[in-house]
Design a protein around this ligand. Structure first.
Ligand code: 17E
Ligand code: FE2
Length: 411
């Protein structure tokens, strides 16, 4: 199969991609079709490595308003709403919603998802259902599962045991939520426990870290120190880190050294944290998005996640990461030409590092034929014009396709 006339990752020149038995066997200009070889000519469109959702809660998606709406728009009311919905969870209910969400993502060019799954549920219903789906959907979507203690490790009955049980069931990563624990001591010990668990079972770590507008919430320094000392380094991710928005600059200057030494990754969720944070401010109102620009400038790996699709924490979402990048660039004030052109990295290359996808993630000869084609010539235009995803090819299999949106002025 020959995919013709593509601008690969914003390249200036058009190239063709040859795929044989699910693998990229040749990339070059004007490749000659072989006898009987199937061809698809895109006539000058952008090809990118597949998009990656590096942070979402699939277990909670598509439940907004059931049984109650989050009226205040705070993280904490969201957790209360979810606790009510959680009581009604069944395996079938989780499977049905996750199936819908995964299809939404697929249509938008996503081929990898890291999902947090709440393990503060004595029955671990969602964890069981999602681990099952991780296997069933393997050919069309790679799903990485974080055991996420939504209501705390130290502050929830049997929190430690539930987290370990979920890891033993097969979760890929260990989570924590230091800003939600009852005390500062608990938040430190919860992080120590999560990192030790990851070491014991050889897992990755992804912590909901300091998702609060409290400048005294300092789980991040503990997490980074443990990542450094344990040698887990880039196997550790700090998600949200919204308190970092409110830290004083002198502290951030000191902290940045530790962050760099530790090698940890960051995930920022601009859609959801601009919605949830700043809720107790009058004016000026904080945006509550972590320091993406400064971290990036310091050479720290940052990716963007959607976090939620239509659930107690976010009443919107159609599973497109384009909106996440679009808002992220605005709120982080990263709107220089190169910033915009390269911003797909927040939902591709950078996220691949966080998920440890390795060398097989890139459009390169010898790699699985996994790529997407967008209806634009480069990512600047794709982002600005909200370009359709024309094709999503995963290991040589077309897993989703789309047609260009059509609008016309009648004058
Ligand atoms: N749970 C949490 O603690 N924080 C979030 N942003 C979401 C769920 C969506
Ligand atoms: Fe989250």
């Amino acid at each position: 199969m020959l995919f013709r006339n593509l601008y690969i990752e914003n390249a200036e020149k058009l190239q063709d991609i040859r795929v044989e038995e699910g693998v990229i066997t040749e990339i070059g200009e004007a490749l000659l079709p072989r006898e009987g070889e199937e061809q698809q000519d895109f006539g000058g469109k952008l090809a990118l490595p597949p998009f990656i959702e590096s942070h979402v809660h699939l277990d909670t998606c598509l439940t907004a308003g059931d049984p109650v709406w989050n009226q205040s728009g705070t993280l904490f009311e969201g957790i209360e709403c979810w606790a009510k919905r959680k009581e009604k969870l069944t395996r079938q209910d989780v499977r049905e919603r996750v199936g819908r969400a995964v299809r939404l993502y697929a249509m938008n060019g996503i081929q990898h998802i890291r999902t947090h799954v709440d393990v503060t549920d004595p029955k671990l219903t969602a964890m069981e259902a999602i681990l099952e789906m991780r296997e069933e959907l393997r050919d069309v979507m790679d799903i990485q599962v974080v055991a996420f203690p939504q209501e705390g490790i130290e502050s929830y009955p049997n929190g430690r045991k539930l987290l370990e049980d979920a890891v033993r069931m097969g979760a890929d990563c260990v989570g924590a939520i230091p800003h939600y624990e009852f005390t500062r001591e608990y938040s430190v010990s919860s992080l120590n426990y999560a990192v030790a668990l990851a070491e014991k079972y050889d897992k990755l770590v992804d912590v909901h870290c300091d998702e609060i507008d409290d400048e005294a919430s300092r789980g991040l320094e503990t997490l980074a120190a443990r990542a450094y000392e344990s040698g887990l380094t880039d196997r550790v991710t700090a998600s949200h880190t919204t308190a970092m928005h409110s830290y004083n600059n002198a502290y951030v200057q000191r902290l940045m050294r530790l962050i760099q030494l530790s090698g940890i990754n960051f995930v920022s969720n601009p859609l959801v944290n601009t919605h949830l944070q700043g809720r107790i401010d009058t004016y000026p109102k904080r945006r509550g998005v972590t320091r993406v620009k400064e971290l990036t400038q310091a050479g720290v790996n940052v990716s963007f996640g959607h976090d939620d699709i239509f659930d107690p924490w976010y009443p919107m979402g159609t599973g497109t990461l384009r909106d996440v990048v679009f808002l992220g660039l605005h709120v982080c004030q990263m709107m220089g030409y190169e910033d915009i052109m390269n911003s797909y990295r927040f939902i591709s290359t950078n996220a691949a590092r966080t998920l440890h996808l390795g060398e097989s993630y890139s459009i390169r000869v010898g790699n699985p034929a996994s790529f997407i084609v967008l209806d634009a010539k480069n990512y600047y235009d794709a982002l600005n014009q909200n370009a359709a995803v024309l094709l999503s090819c995963k290991g040589g299999r077309v897993v989703a396709q789309g047609v260009p949106g059509k609008k016309e002025a009648l004058f």
